[in-house]
Ligand binder design. Structure first.
Ligand SMILES: Nc1nc2c(ncn2[C@@H]2O[C@H](COP(=O)(O)OP(=O)(O)O)[C@@H](O)[C@H]2O)c(=O)[nH]1
Ligand SMILES: [Mg+2]
Length: 227
């Protein structure tokens, strides 16, 4: 199994409407064998630490923008990871890291919220996501929107893991309390939960490994591409 080079990452494209997102086979580098590269999506409410997590995973300071103003842009952003746009014959299979729009920001205009819903729902429902990383703030119970998202992921049978963000902000005892509380706040069993901090790097290796395993171990040839 090949290991990803997480340090090789570039912004690929941003899409504001679902139909703008090219079909998966169009995102395959010329000369590469089918099937297309895996798409790993990152989802969470605005300000949960999504940009920070992506940057930390990719060893970058500000590839995904860390913003003080949440909920500004509603786009789905694709990053190439493990290979670069200019590589025509990459030796290591890479992925697309897909940054989904942050939700739950009260001041976002209604029209933008509707566009968010349509864009995100259609992308999630498209069946092209290999793994979704759902971010939830470790310090607080999941929001209504977080729980709706989990329900949607279950309904669409999207494989997902949960990353609990800002772990560095909790003391040991608080962590333990939140872990216990989460068991009743989230109804689903057998969840994969990673405690993460963009500040200390906790969880980075664990999350990378989960993504590598999910994206590399299953023989790509056996998959039916979803479009
Ligand atoms: N202490 C701490 N702060 C974080 C962490 N992750 C994000 N933040 C802060 O939380 C705020 C929102 O982060 P950002 O990544 O922009 O969130 P996004 O809106 O979900 O993309 C910023 O001020 C970050 O510096 C973390 O792991 N630890
Ligand atoms: Mg962000």
């Amino acid at each position: 199994m090949s290991k990803m080079n997480w340090n090789k990452a570039e912004i690929f494209a941003s899409y504001g409407q679902f139909p703008q997102i090219p079909p998966q086979e169009a995102l395959t580098v010329a000369g590469e064998n089918y099937p297309p590269r895996a798409e790993v999506a990152f989802s969470g409410r605005s300000n949960v630490g999504k940009s920070s997590l992506i940057n930390k995973m990719l060893n970058r300071k500000s590839l995904a923008r860390v913003s003080a103003k949440p909920g500004k842009t509603v786009t789905i952003n694709f990053f190439t990871v493990g290979w670069l746009k200019s590589d025509s014959t990459p030796s290591v299979r890479g992925i697309y890291a897909v940054d989904l729009p942050g939700y739950g920001y009260a001041k976002t205009a209604k029209s933008e919220k509707e566009r968010f819903g349509e864009l995100t729902e259609r992308y999630i429902a498209s069946g092209r996501i290999k793994l979704l990383v759902q971010l939830i703030d470790f310090r607080h119970p999941p929001s209504e929107d977080d729980l709706l998202m989990l329900e949607y992921l279950k309904a669409k049978e999207i494989p997902f893991v949960i990353a609990l963000t800002k772990a560095d902000k909790l003391r040991k005892k608080q962590r333990e309390q939140r872990r216990i509380a989460l068991q009743s706040e989230i109804q689903y069993k057998d969840l994969t939960i990673i405690e993460f901090s963009a500040e200390t790097g906790e969880g980075v290796l664990e999350l990378r490994k989960i993504i590598e395993t999910r994206c590399n171990t299953e023989s790509p040839a056996q998959e039916t591409p979803h479009l």
